[in-house]
Design a binder for this molecule. Structure first.
Ligand code: KG4
Ligand code: ZN
Length: 396
């Protein structure tokens, strides 16, 4: 089954074509990061306008790239041939929510229109459920004439792992969400805990801003922590330089699976102000020298806090696999610490994280969920339904 999926929840306009919830033919992403870098964060009205400009060209590009990968097109082909690509598509998926309303309206209206015009069912998807499926995707494959695939690296074997994967324990770490979830089967989730205030990605973004780094903050903090900066002679930051608070570890919170990062953010603000930082312009060289150590200590603390709770949850739920999902799952320190916490050569749960290109917002991940949702209940999805944005959508 081939699904064309659309993502427009925040600052990425993305359209993908995915077969059987796994094989990515194309995953076109138009990112607004350069625009939002100017303001240090996403301005919803600006983001919605950019989606309006981008959606049609991105759909077009996805059809072209997908058509080439499927062997239907050869680069710059005619409209007639694009129609042959459209014929191959069985359904349209779209991120229905949560997200910024104006942004969601663009993707949902586009998906509804395509579903009506092409007469294909529409499958509304929860954006975070999409992130949960990012580690199921591969684009590293070729299709034989007999319909079988050659894979170099396949995140799962569809026949075998359908039975053996579950339960999966998933840590979602994105800009807006931070949860621990047990996935018992497709569509069967149990929320173990979540952040009571900021999500990990939000904390990365806010602290990066206080440190005078760019947007989005996660990659900037990772880069400064691992490579240093000019002021400190490009020496990697020391993750143990500053002792920072790990919240929700003691007393009544020791045994729950909730997170809180507002105390860590306040501790960073105090540390920055005490050391002469926190000014937007004219950051002094003496403060600049400290930024790599501050970035590394913050990054280490946040990863450590996430992993302490993840380890406890694994002991309680005994999962077959552990996945991390969402933008922060791209973080290399988090991946390294995860591997150290769950060594793969001594048995225990298998750990899996998405390919870097599928960590942050993209449409391919929605195509993966949509396939399993549709297969479970095809009657539910019709071409003449509207997909109406829902900023408060829930999936568990
Ligand atoms: O999942 P995502 O793309 O969007 C939401 O659904 O929120 O996550 C975006 C978040 C941002 O806060 C960004 O700073 C963070 O993911 N992020 C990272 C890294 N790459 C993206 N955080 C830490 N390290 C990274 N390498
Ligand atoms: Zn996201």
């Amino acid at each position: 089954m081939i699904i064309l999926s659309i993502e427009s929840t925040c600052d990425e306009t993305s359209v993908a074509i995915v077969e059987d919830g796994m094989i990515v033919y194309c995953n076109v992403i138009y990112s607004q990061i350069a625009e939002h870098n100017k303001t240090g964060g996403v301005v919803p009205e600006v983001a919605a306008r950019r989606h309006v400009e981008a959606i049609v060209p991105v759909v077009n590009e996805a059809l072209r790239q997908g058509g080439v990968k499927m062997g239907i097109l050869e680069g710059h082909d005619t409209i007639q041939k694009l129609e042959a690509v459209i014929d191959k598509i069985d359904a349209i998926a779209v991120a229905q929510g949560p997200g910024l309303l104006g942004c969601l309206m663009v993707g949902n209206n586009a998906a509804t229109a395509l579903s009506l015009i092409w007469n294909k069912p529409i499958i509304p998807i929860h954006h975070i459920e999409g992130h949960l499926y990012a580690s199921w995707l591969t684009d590293n494959c070729e299709k034989h004439d007999d319909g079988t695939f050659v894979h170099e690296i396949l995140p799962y074997d569809i026949e075998r792992d359908q039975k053996n994967k579950f339960p999966i324990l998933i840590l979602t770490v994105s800009g807006g969400h931070n949860q621990l979830i047990t996935m018992r089967n497709h569509g069967e989730y149990e929320l173990l805990g979540e952040t009571l205030d900021d999500a990990a990605g939000e904390a990365f973004d806010k602290v990066a801003r206080m440190l005078g780094l760019g947007y989005p903050g996660g990659p900037e903090i990772q880069k400064t922590a691992s490579k240093g900066n000019k002021a400190n002679g490009f020496a990697p930051g020391d993750p143990n330089k500053y002792k920072l608070p790990r919240a929700m570890m003691y007393n009544e919170h020791a045994s729950d699976f909730n997170f809180s990062f507002s105390g860590l953010k306040t501790a960073m603000r105090t540390l920055i102000l005490e050391n002469g930082g926190g000014k937007h312009d004219n950051i002094g060289i003496e403060f600049e020298k400290l930024v790599p150590d501050m970035a590394a200590s913050f990054e280490h603390t946040i990863c450590d806090t996430l992993l302490i709770k993840l380890k406890k949850a694994a002991e309680l739920t005994n999962p077959k696999e552990i996945h991390i999902a969402g933008g922060v799952s791209a973080n290399l320190r988090l991946r390294g610490m995860l591997e150290a916490t769950f060594p793969q050569n001594i048995g225990g749960p298998r750990i899996l994280y998405p390919s870097l290109k599928f960590c942050t917002d993209n449409a391919a991940m929605l195509g993966a969920v949509a396939y399993f949702r549709y297969m479970a209940n095809p009657e539910q999805y019709k071409a003449w339904q509207n997909s109406i944005p829902d900023t408060q959508l829930k999936f568990y």
